[in-house]
Write a protein that binds this ligand. Structure first.
Ligand code: 5GP
Ligand code: ZN
Length: 129
């Protein structure tokens, strides 16, 4: 899908909504998250509209790979390529996905906390399996 008029990230890609853009390629745009959850918090977005990572993987695996490559290059721009970073695709309701235009979160700049369900240890099976 090329573009959807009511999609926030389609509008950012088109330049209709301002964003702090870090890097642009023919197929992707990287900009800073408006509500950062780490010292560096970038969003890598394809110019084309796809709902989530699974939809993109089915439609265009090369573009999915480009998001990861661009995340690495944007991490280098912010100087966190050697210290490390976390890549996250939120997908669907339990993940907290709020924007249904696939985006790869890049988080770093300092050691990150653990992730997953809060207090999950209480639910873990004794075997650990
Ligand atoms: P999700 O929760 O869907 O994985 O991530 C959506 C992200 O988009 C959130 O981290 C949120 O802070 C960010 N976001 C929402 N609206 C805007 C906006 O207008 N500009 C920018 N730069 N980021 C936004
Ligand atoms: Zn979109």
């Amino acid at each position: 899908m090329p573009r959807m008029a009511d999609c926030l990230f389609c509008r950012i890609v088109a330049g209709d909504v301002p964003a702090s853009v870090v890097r642009e390629t023919e197929r992707t745009v990287v900009f800073r998250d408006i509500a950062p959850q780490a010292r560096t918090h970038l969003l890598v977005v394809p110019r084309e509209h796809h709902q989530d990572a699974a939809a993109l993987a089915g439609a265009d695996p090369g573009l999915l790979a480009a998001l990861v490559t661009d995340a690495a290059q944007a991490a280098a721009v912010d100087g966190i390529d050697r210290s490390g970073y976390r890549l996250v695709f939120n997908t669907g309701p339990d993940s907290g996905q709020t924007v249904f235009h696939v985006h790869l979160h890049v988080l770093g700049g300092a050691p990150l906390g653990h992730f997953g369900e809060p207090d999950f240890g209480e639910h873990r099976r004794p075997s650990g399996g």
